[in-house]
Ligand binder design. Structure first.
Ligand code: FES
Length: 568
């Protein structure tokens, strides 16, 4: 053991304190000699309100088996679980709260190492952010995607939700058919089965080196998910033995690798805010511009929905992330992962079993697939767009703004006959950012109005300070920073204003004269959300803008062992 176990400060204590620390634990039937072993926390986001993570109790048992057989003492503990589909107004509002729960739970307890069980979108960044702030040896087990849905003999997956929504708008689907589709959708436990945000987070975790190689692609119901959970239980014991901490893995090089891999796998734009927030926790300098500089020229190597055709299950059968990493070798940096080896070493023997799903670097599915960052008077601190999910003909576009003051205004007016909108219009949504929603909801990919869909038009430029689901697509400029509720230029856009989006030149411009702008600024007031208590009040006072990862200012940085007093 390289270092004295942290848990010794609790369980080696003599007298009254030692009695209290051990005696209550012994009520669970724990023999006395267990307290000399490394104590491994299993941080579990299982919840029946987070169906993507509904199999995590079983997964925790597999981790425990790995810890036990390696001579450790596993202790499972719950933390706040963020279920993407049910929570209002958006799980993103609670990501930072959950990360605080994780951080304080780890720091306050006698833990020597931690295994994080992550699945649904925000459960991954919140757990990594929290654990990074304590900086113990930590490994992640990603819960895996659910099986692909089947409806009337055809695949059905999360990306289809947006197509279903358009069909509902056009009156082409009735309620009974929707109910039938729902029943055919979720065939097993696990997270969304496309390269949406949850899969992106699993890929990010593996690319950062925070999980064992191959973990991201194994589907939730596959027996090998339990195998990798058990192996992760064994690995965390080695990490504790060798004192391999989060900060040894989350280097600047690891973040650069994650950006490269995200581009090659067509990952969600949500990756940006989460990676920036994680970097902030470990003190690694990462800038919004890095996502463009490092990632935008990387080719797309995976043919997975929503950018492509196949599903997460197919990704696994084709060989998973190690195949992609092997192809990307020349772009990646050598930096240690959880098992002490670099991701390229870990992927050296990967084999591609299906080149319809996974392309080679010499013959990619798409060139220049990464995220692009645009700047201009409409986004002084940047905004992002995913060209791979956008329409080629709209990447350079000048049009007149159709403005919605907030999401309620959008819902109220989008299908009214007096809405002046055509295929050249640019839809603008305000008050969807970190402070304005609050929580930076996934509403940036506003569905098009019926009048536009009826003309067979499937895409318009859309601009907002919100996010979009990783399963969505379209020419959507997102994460505009500073946001409208913080007095960013977006707040001053009015119907009919001309806007130019120029992706090749990385610019987003509102055409407005100084006098007009000064007048609008003088008449502007920040929205009053009427929130005067609790966590959301704290969040509103401290949340940073999207270009900084939308973390709270006081959560940046880490502290292994703050001076915590004895509890008795
Ligand atoms: Fe949980 Fe999509 S809803 S991953």
């Amino acid at each position: 053991m390289k270092k004295k176990l942290r848990s010794r400060a609790w369980f080696d204590k003599k007298g009254r304190d030692g009695f209290i620390y051990r005696a209550w634990m012994k009520n669970q039937g724990i023999p006395d000699d267990e307290f000399h072993k490394p104590i491994i926390g299993i941080c579990n986001t299982w919840s029946e309100l987070t169906p993507c993570n509904a199999h995590f109790r079983e997964l925790a048992e597999s981790v425990k088996r790995g810890v036990l057989e390696s001579g450790g003492f596993p202790v499972e503990f719950p933390v706040m679980s963020l279920g993407e589909t049910l929570m209002k107004p958006t799980t993103m509002l609670y990501r930072n709260l959950a990360s605080m729960d994780v951080e304080e739970s780890i720091r306050a307890n006698p833990l020597d190492g931690v295994v994080l069980l992550c699945g649904c979108d925000k459960t991954t960044p919140s757990l990594i952010m929290g654990a990074a702030s304590v900086d113990l040896p930590t490994i992640v087990v990603s819960g895996g995607a659910m099986l692909t849905g089947r409806y009337k003999g055809k695949p059905l997956a999360t990306s289809d939700v947006w197509r279903i929504a358009d069909k509902v708008t056009l009156g082409e689907l009735d309620d009974s058919e929707i109910r039938e589709m729902e029943s055919c959708f979720g065939r097993s436990k696990g997270h969304c089965m496309v390269m949406g945000t949850a899969s992106t987070m699993a890929v990010m975790t593996e690319a950062l080196g925070m999980s064992l190689p191959g973990c991201a692609a194994i589907p939730a119901p596959d027996s090998r998910k339990k195998v990798i959970a058990q192996l992760s239980g064994r690995e965390i014991m080695k990490m504790v033995e060798e004192d391999r901490k989060v900060s040894d893995i989350l280097t600047r090089e690891a973040f650069e690798n994650a950006i490269v891999v995200n581009s090659a796998t067509g990952g969600s734009s949500n990756f940006i805010v989460h990676l920036l927030a994680i970097a902030g926790r470990v003190g690694v300098e990462l800038d919004l511009k890095d996502f463009d500089t490092i990632g935008s020229k990387i080719p797309l190597l995976t043919n997975l929905q929503p950018a492509g055709e196949y599903y997460m299950e197919d990704f696994y059968y084709a060989g998973g992330l190690p195949v992609v990493v092997k192809e990307l070798q020349s772009y990646l940096k050598e930096t240690p992962t959880a098992n002490g080896k670099s991701i390229t070493e870990n992927s050296a023997s990967a084999v591609n079993y299906n080149d319809d799903v996974l392309a080679s670097i010499d013959s990619p599915f798409k060139e220049n697939a990464g995220i692009v960052v645009v700047y201009g008077n409409l986004a002084e601190n940047g905004a992002v767009i995913k060209p791979a999910a956008a329409s080629e003909h709209l990447l350079v576009h000048k049009g007149k703004a159709v403005v919605f003051e907030d999401i309620e205004d959008y819902h109220a007016r989008i299908n009214t006959p007096d809405l002046q909108i055509d295929e050249t219009s640019i839809m603008v949504l305000k008050n969807a950012g970190p402070k304005g929603y609050p929580g930076m909801a996934e509403v940036g990919n506003m569905a098009l109005p019926k009048s536009i869909l009826e003309q067979g038009i499937t895409d318009l430029v859309r601009i907002s300070d919100g996010r979009m689901s990783g399963t969505a697509y379209g020419t959507t400029v997102l994460h505009v920073s500073p946001e409208s509720a913080a007095g960013g230029m977006l707040a001053f856009v009015e119907n009919g204003d001309e806007i130019t989006l120029d992706v090749p030149n990385r610019s987003l411009t509102l055409h407005i004269d100084e006098e007009n702008l000064a007048q609008r600024k003088a008449n502007w007031e920040a929205p009053d959300l009427g929130i005067d208590r609790g966590y959301i009040k704290l969040y509103l006072e401290h949340v940073e803008q999207a270009d900084k990862g939308a973390d709270m200012d006081f959560l940046r940085g880490k502290s292994v062992d703050m001076k915590l007093r004895e509890s008795h």
